[in-house]
Design a protein around this ligand. Structure first.
Ligand code: C2O
Length: 543
């Protein structure tokens, strides 16, 4: 492969949306940020120069980072943040992944505006496992606030309440025709009749799973999270934040303009959400002026249409038979969900504005994850610095309960800790991820850093080891880095711990990370250099 060098300058840039101009944090003054286009086997070195007034890190979402954990990016997990005025060069190689990934800030809520596509094409001389498309277009779905997103986050932290919902969704950073002052900047994708376009759809929104559809056009899914899938046809996609989906779309309709549109999939019924719709335009070049002026709107599912989501996610298969890990060494059960902490004695009422005077919290196995402040976990692990973390993250929840029924009040209040779960190099791991439905049932997009995993089953209600194991797909399950755990249900993933380091696993709804819905795996070195993490690079940011 080749070596590609890039520079990302992080700085405040005037950005006008919804009739107002903001000083938004961007990369190289671009919003969305630059698209990186590489081939499988290429190496990237990206120098990130921080000219903003916030700490920043960049995460290469979905890149496996084999033995390059120092370049993964989550703040205080693999590195300390790049301080204002500082810089750090991320160096890593793409190994065996093809399709669409993306990069984003992994520090507070900066990723609201600091994100971009990472496109990985086959090695030189190799081709896609589907007919070569005539065009390729990244479609980045995002979320926009009139306020500074960092302020929105800090306000939520201060009050203990749910954060304000966004003011718009966006496609390639533009809200589109249905919002005020946005028409002239609506994203337009032009096509010739008869040609096929590869849309690389990325859900970069902070806190919202989204439906996506294109009026009158079928979408043929060919990949997700930089793994190919067995092609299947659908009229609508659902992506949890963090997920990507590659679709082929054939311009086989009468020459006109068609809206591509996205809006919320909201399974958490009693919560407020942004119920607006973002649009871009698929415009046939041969469309007559009149036809081009009034794009046709797709019909999107109802906000709470979980049946459509289930049918969609269950259509994913690997293209052929795959080697799913068997003879599992680590059989884990992780609960994921929200909670409500009682107002602590030293807090005043304005800090406890969650339901009934509580503060929102979230946890995995009833542990609310707390990031360290003086070292990154990876540095503390590699250098044997004591007191930064413990390795007692529970492999199963502390108490058994009925995730669909009434839950004991004590489970609403998780403990806090910086708890890691230690894995021997090469161990075969299964994790059942169960939505607790505490506070409310919700589809959590659970993302694992440093790995792809097979999603071997999903279902509703309580996971039942007696009957649900018979539903495991050990033949051709999809390979992903983010699983949308069914609302009020569960998903089962498997992977082999072949990448030493410290790897964050978390809900990709950003507010849930703030509330603690995360844990980390500590994967030990194996035998010899090829199974061990090398030392950090010389410019590695320390605290
Ligand atoms: Cu896309 Cu930990 O993130």
């Amino acid at each position: 492969g080749e070596i590609q060098s890039h520079q990302f300058v992080i700085r405040a840039t005037p950005v006008k949306r919804l009739c107002k101009t903001h000083n938004s944090i961007t990369v190289n003054g671009m919003f969305p940020g630059p698209t990186l286009e590489v081939r499988n086997g290429d190496s990237l070195q990206v120098q990130v120069v921080n000219k903003a007034r916030y700490n920043v890190t960049i995460h290469w979402h979905g890149v496996r980072q084999m033995r390059s954990g120092w370049a993964d990016g989550p703040e205080f997990v693999t590195q300390c943040p790049i301080r204002p005025g500082g810089s750090y060069t991320y160096r890593f190689t793409i190994q065996g992944q093809e399709g669409t990934l993306w990069w984003h800030a992994h520090s507070s809520w900066l990723r609201a505006t600091v994100y971009g596509a990472l496109i990985i094409r086959p090695r030189l001389g190799q081709s896609y496992p589907f007919p070569k498309p005539d065009r390729e277009t990244p479609i980045l779905l995002g979320e926009w606030w009139d306020a500074n997103p960092i302020d929105v986050m800090m306000e939520a932290t201060r009050t203990g309440a749910a954060p304000n919902v966004s003011d718009a969704y966006t496609i390639n950073s533009q809200p589109g025709d249905l919002y005020n002052c946005s028409t002239q900047d609506t994203t337009i994708v032009t096509v010739d009749s008869g040609e096929t376009n590869l849309l690389r759809v990325i859900n970069a929104a902070l806190n919202q799973p989204l439906f996506f559809a294109v009026a009158n056009h079928k979408l043929t899914v060919v990949g997700a999270d930089a793994s190919y899938t067995r092609p299947f046809t659908t009229s609508v996609l659902m992506l949890g934040p963090g997920q990507t989906t590659d679709v082929l779309i054939k311009a086989d309709q009468s020459p006109a303009s068609y809206y591509m549109a996205a809006r919320a999939y909201q399974s958490f019924q009693n919560a407020a959400f942004d119920n607006t719709t973002t649009t871009a335009i698929l415009e046939y070049k041969s469309a007559k002026k009149g036809n081009a002026l009034n794009p046709i709107m797709p019909s999107l599912p109802a906000y709470n249409d979980t049946n459509t989501v289930t049918a969609f996610t269950r259509s994913f298969r690997s293209p052929r038979k795959v080697q799913v890990p068997t003879d599992i060494d680590e059989s884990l059960f992780f609960t994921v969900g929200l909670g409500l902490n009682n107002c602590p004695p030293n807090f005043n009422k304005t800090s406890c504005q969650g339901p009934n005077g509580t503060r929102f919290t979230a946890s995995m196995n009833n542990v609310s994850f707390v990031l360290p402040r003086n070292f990154s976990l990876l540095q503390a692990h590699q250098q044997g610095i004591p007191g930064v973390f413990t390795t007692d993250f529970p492999g199963s929840p502390p108490v058994k309960f009925d995730y669909t029924g009434n839950v004991s009040r004590s489970l609403y209040q998780p403990i806090t800790g910086t708890k890691l779960y230690k894995l021997k190099f090469g161990s075969r791991v299964q994790v059942v991820i169960q939505d607790t439905s505490i506070v409310g049932p919700e589809s959590h997009p659970i993302h694992l850093h440093g790995y792809d995993f097979y999603i071997i089953a999903e279902g509703f209600g309580n996971f039942d080891p007696k009957k649900d194991t018979s539903r495991f797909n050990l033949v051709d399950p999809p390979l992903r880095n983010t699983v949308s755990v069914p609302s009020n249900g569960w998903a089962v993933i498997r992977f082999v711990a072949d990448n030493p380091g410290v790897w964050l696993m978390h809900c990709h709804l950003d507010v849930h990370i703030n509330w603690g819905l995360a844990m980390s795996f500590l994967v030990e070195n194996g035998v010899g250099e090829l199974q061990s993490l090398p030392p950090p690079p010389p410019d590695f940011p320390v605290c």
